[in-house]
Write a protein that binds this ligand. Sequence first.
Ligand SMILES: [Zn+2]
Length: 473
Amino acid sequence: MNKFYLTTPIFYINDVPHIGHAYVTVAADILARYYKEKLGEENVFFLTGTDEHGAKIAEAAKDAGKNPKEFADDIVPKFEEAWKLLNIDYSHFFRTTDPRHEKKVSEILQKIYNKGLIYEGVYEGLYCVGCEKFLAESDLVEEKCPLHPNLTPVHQKEKNYFFKLSEFKKDLIGWFEKGTVEILPKSKKSEILGKLRDELKDIAISREGVSWGIPIPWDGKQTIYVWVEALFNYYTATQFLENKKDFWPADVHLIGKDILWFHTVIWVALLKAADLELPKSVFATGFFTINGAKMSKSAGNSISPKELVDKFGVDATRFLLVSRFPFGQDGDFSFEKLTEAYNAELANGLGNLVSRVAKLCESADFTQNSDSDSHVENKEEYDSAINDFRLEDAASIVWGRIGELDRFVDSEKPWELVKRRDPKIKSVLAHLVDGILEISGILRPFMPETTERIEKQFSEAKIKSAPPLFPRI
Ligand SMILES: [Zn+2]
């Protein structure tokens, strides 16, 4: 592997950024930073952005008294600001209203059409504006979309263009089974395969009544279904940005599990139809609750990135978000639990060890060898955790090391060595400093600013005390 391309979901702008958007974006940034260290900055491409077309946005814009583009222009900076606040170092912020994307998508769709994989038909059925998707009878719960019980699905009958998705059934099963496209976590793979074996129908890929979208190139009365067009962002970015062509196919698309079908079955078939290479993996994160309750606009329980950063600081927020439960599984967040973890792991754990060792170095007037350098002892364990997207395991390697170093301090009692001017103090402190630099090396992708502070402090010839990294809250 000499390059790495990863993407976050392309976020729909009907909502402002909340903890859900932040969770997957921070995870992506941690992976990107890890691979940048490993492969070099220029060999990593990290894409995030916003999905801006569709009936739902047109309606929201109308309600806000704006045209859809103005509406999008007002929401997009909120995402950019949130990512700046969380120190997200993305390579490009993609907007589906970018004319370069619109042009590329039209070309690709025309190509699929020319191959005879798109045909005209009539769609009749129920449509959920909340999901921007057609609902099958089997999707309904008490005659409503299960995700939008407050919206009545709309009965629609319109001329649409259909994509021959059904023709790809056998190939898709083969690619997913063989891992040509890896669906992760593994439990999700069997879920998709099960559904895929069940039935696979052709899908409508255009809309007649929705003008806020990219026109179907051969029929100006129709626009490309927002989902189909938005999925292509992952590919078109590599085509219209400078020097990015070699990054396709993507190494991983990080997404939420609610959009896994689109990102596996539909996306992969569309790519194949356009004779494009397939992504190597798609990783679905779980759903989470806030204090045990489903997060929703109407419940008003969503947490913004700013609220988290105001309380915990940038790096602690990044760390806490991805280390509470296994990446890819469902979990629960609450300010109470985050505060508890902050105090236990960061203030009392890492922060305390760092200030303890710095104070000892200072009081012993310890002079460091210039050739001491940081290395990660459990590098293999750490690398394999990151490669398997087990971010919480990668982070947790440090707790073992912090415990070891704390016990080492307790047993060696360096303050007594200082008092009786025992020369052993030099090797004891050198061991502790090495350990701290090792921990810092592990945490670098998770906490870029904090680890930079630690590395600066502990690479001075004379190590000095500094204000606490994580004041107790
Ligand atoms: Zn819905």
